[in-house]
Design a protein around this ligand. Structure first.
Ligand code: NAP
Length: 290
């Protein structure tokens, strides 16, 4: 049990629902390891209560908080400052206090990139193919832009949503260009992909036999490709099993989860958090859940 004192500083996560959030597990493990007088708590906040909740957080001196569904966009009008990255993604997942109010950013981008940086890879020659055009896909697009990918291709099942997705980057502070493709173009695109990323929930527990790309299409994959699934349960997903069968390198979503959390903690604590302890705490927790 953490030792709570009269001086204990508060951090937390807001969402609705919030019971399934893994953030309290990894953040409190890191705080304990650093022996800091902080605690990180889950706050279930309904959409209609967001403004009151934020005013309350200021009143009780909360140091900062994480944001999950459904508040990642809705929080933006309540912030006095937002980073270019969060503005490009169109969503904020981390907020901290400043003298002028609350500041926000999006650490999913840093979380996505972190495991990719371990590879000695020429990103300027990389064709990135991203499956899905939802919230996580937006962070992945900004990540691919930051890496300097040669081209960024998005595959989706709704042409209308894909068009909206593409147009949304026109308002971005970062000069991001995307190419959009219907599902029918996936077989051709797979053979060109150097980095293939699944941002759809297809294959997530309990639907573990499903994959956003079937084995037949996956046989077209280059064996030099990096294949990244944002899903972290099961481990590995069917998608990653198909990809690694072709000789490709597979990355699952756990490290992104750990590293987006580590990036947030670094903002709040102003020191490097123990990512290994955060990873270990999540692995143990997820083992207990399955
Ligand atoms: P989201 O905003 O709901 O977007 C999901 C996307 O997947 C949408 O483009 C949706 O298409 C598409 N999709 C959903 N079901 C599909 C299906 N059966 N076939 C084809 N496409 C389908 O969700 P999100 O927040 O981006 O999250 C997506 C996934 O990423 C989840 O599994 C989540 O757990 C994971 N994630 C992981 C991390 C991490 O740290 N590892 C972080 C964020 C998210 P439509 O738009 O046509 O509905």
């Amino acid at each position: 049990m953490p030792k709570i004192t009269g001086k204990t500083k508060l951090l937390g996560v807001i969402g609705d629902p919030i019971e399934h959030s893994l953030s309290p597990v990894m953040h409190n493990a890191a705080i304990a390891k650093l022996n800091l007088d902080y605690i990180y708590l889950p706050f279930p906040i309904k959409a209609q209560d967001l403004q009151n909740a934020i005013a309350g957080f200021a009143a009780i001196g909360l140091q900062g908080f994480s944001i999950t569904i459904p508040h990642k966009q809705a929080i933006i009008p309540f912030l006095s400052e937002i980073s270019d990255i969060a503005q490009s993604v169109g969503a904020v997942n981390t907020v901290w206090r400043t003298e002028t109010g609350w500041s926000g950013t999006n650490t999913d981008v840093a979380g996505f990139i972190a495991p990719l940086k371990a590879y000695n890879w020429d990103w300027s020659q990389t064709t990135a193919v991203i499956l899905g055009n939802g919230g996580a896909s937006r962070a992945v697009v900004v990540g691919c832009y930051q890496l300097g990918c040669k081209s960024i291709h998005i595959v989706g099942r709704s042409w209308e949503k894909l068009q909206q997705f593409q147009e949304s980057w026109l308002n971005s502070p970062l000069p991001i260009t995307t190419n959009i493709h219907p599902d029918s173009e996936l077989p051709e695109l797979i053979s060109q992909a150097d980095l293939l990323v699944n941002t759809t929930p297809v294959g997530m527990y309990p639907h573990i036999a499903e994959s956003p790309v079937n084995l037949d299409i996956m046989t077209r994959l280059k064996e030099t490709a990096i294949v990244y699934d944002l899903i972290y349960t099961p481990k590995p997903t069917q998608f990653l099993k198909y990809a690694t069968k072709q000789g490709a390198t597979g990355i699952d979503g756990l490290e992104m989860l750990v590293q987006q959390g580590a990036a947030a903690l670094e903002i709040w604590l102003q020191q490097t958090p123990p990512a290994d302890i955060m990873r270990q705490s999540l692995q143990e927790y997820l083992k207990g859940e399955s």
